[in-house]
Design a protein. Sequence first.
Length: 103
Amino acid sequence: MSTHNRIPDDQTIERVIFEVLRERWGPPLLDWFKERLLNKPRREPQRTDRIIGDVWRDGDDAGYFALEVEKRLSIAIPRDEWSTVYTIQDVIDLFKRHRDCAV
C-alpha cells in the first residue's frame, strides 16, 4: 500500500513498524555470533520488547527507527511524545493515536 495521501490502517501501522524493526535489528553476522557462540537464538521482536534495552542499547538506532517509521507512514510525531514510548506496543499505540488525530 502506498502511504501517500492515504491514512494507514492498524495492520499497515503494525506491519511497517515490524518491518523497520527487522531491518534495524542487527547485521546477520551478529545473529550468527549470538546463536553459535552465546547460545542465543534469533527471535522475532515482540510487542513487549523495550525499544532501548531489548531492541537497541542506545538512542541512536531508536532515533533512526522513529524517523524511518514516520517517513514510511507519513505521520509526523512531535519529538516530546517519543519520550513517553518504552515498548514496541507503545510505538504502535502512538502512531495509531496520531493517525486518528489527523482524520
